[in-house]
Design a protein around this ligand. Structure first.
Ligand code: LMR
Length: 333
């Protein structure tokens, strides 16, 4: 795969912005792993529409959804090599490339609401985290929302002990790994594109994701129970290859920034509705039984996962965890 990536990167050099001819538009390949009819899918399509409009066709954006170009880990390598220019991986996927800060968003029950999230992403903490990406050859342009995660399996999940011994697919985050270990479950890192089949064939027993991802990937069709835990958050960092971005003509970069700001506002505005509509569709399908945890069950889950805030301090950074907790404490929507 690496050889192939390098060949693709070499080919990409021929369409680099610096040597694009007057007629040939600058090409942005935007790769992502989810369906087009999700918050991220719609955000990427909105960016394409606005980028092409504001640059008067000087830029062409090709969006590749559903891992059609690359799977999770490969897409980050492809971006660094310049084979694609833009991605929006979830916060949970930057750890393997050496940036652990974004895993702070994986801490269970960290963010009580959207306003608390914005305090982090739009404040100094969020900006400082984006800055760290530059050392890895990428620039963080924006934070995009998905939403809150639900748990699913082929058995009802209510209390921490219900998770014991079950295998759960996770994204590549050590915090998520620790979360399932705290519940006595067995976490297994797996690319998003492989989850449906793994659930269907019993390679894993369960998974956690947002309703929009569950619905569009049909996970609910191969999971008998879905529990509305809302225990954690999935969001994205839109990243662009740094060299590509820095080499753009200043006016084009400005137009793309405007397109990105508007696509971000759009995507963040529709995310909650996309998820509630997806949840309604999941319920209507009748393929999975929906469990709404009681207050006592939620409290037990919270308690079981609480040690993560200490245990993950050495991974994510104690200061960062403290700062995020402080910034979000008591924030109401
Ligand atoms: C996942 O891998 O579960 C999700 O992060 C996929 C996505 O990009 O929403």
């Amino acid at each position: 795969m690496r050889k192939w990536l390098i060949a693709a990167a070499a080919a990409a050099i021929f369409v680099a912005p610096g040597i694009a001819s007057a007629q040939a538009p600058i090409l942005i390949k935007f790769s992502h792993v989810v369906a087009p009819n999700t918050p991220k899918g719609k955000g990427a399509d909105k960016f394409k529409e606005l980028a092409e409009k504001y640059t008067n066709g000087k830029v062409k954006v090709e969006v590749y959804p559903n891992s059609t170009l690359y799977k999770d880990k490969e897409e980050l390598e492809a971006l660094q090599l310049g084979a694609v220019q833009m991605l929006a991986p979830s916060n949970s996927k930057f750890g393997p490339m050496g940036i652990k800060d974004f895993e702070v968003f994986d801490l269970p029950y960290l963010l009580p609401n959207e306003a608390a999230l914005r305090k982090v992403t739009e404040g100094p903490l969020g900006k400082a985290m984006l800055k760290k990406l530059e050392g890895k050859g990428m620039i963080g342009l924006a934070y995009w929302d998905n939403g809150f995660k639900e748990m699913s399996a082929n058995k009802p999940l209510r209390m921490p002990e219900d998770y014991k011994g079950l295998k759960f697919r996770i994204q590549s985050s050590k915090v998520l790994e620790a979360q399932f270990r705290a519940l006595g479950a067995i976490p297994q890192v797996m690319a998003f594109s492989e989850v449906y089949q793994a659930l269907q064939t019993g390679v894993v027993d369960g998974q956690e994701n947002t309703p929009s991802n569950i619905y569009t990937q049909k996970f609910h069709e191969v999971q008998k129970y879905t529990t509305l835990t809302n225990h954690g958050y999935i969001g994205y960092v839109v990243v662009v290859n740094k060299k590509f971005w820095d080499d753009l003509p200043a006016d084009v970069r400005g137009q793309l920034e405007k397109a990105m700001n508007e696509a971000t506002a759009y995507s963040n505005k529709i995310a909650a509705t996309e998820n509630s509509e997806a949840l309604e569709e999941i319920k209507k399908s009748g393929k999975t039984q929906i469990i709404v945890p009681t207050a006592a069950e939620s409290a037990a889950m919270r308690k079981a996962m609480e040690p993560l805030y200490q245990d993950m301090a050495s991974r994510v950074g104690k200061q960062l965890i403290d700062d995020v907790v402080k910034a979000t404490h008591g924030v109401t929507n």
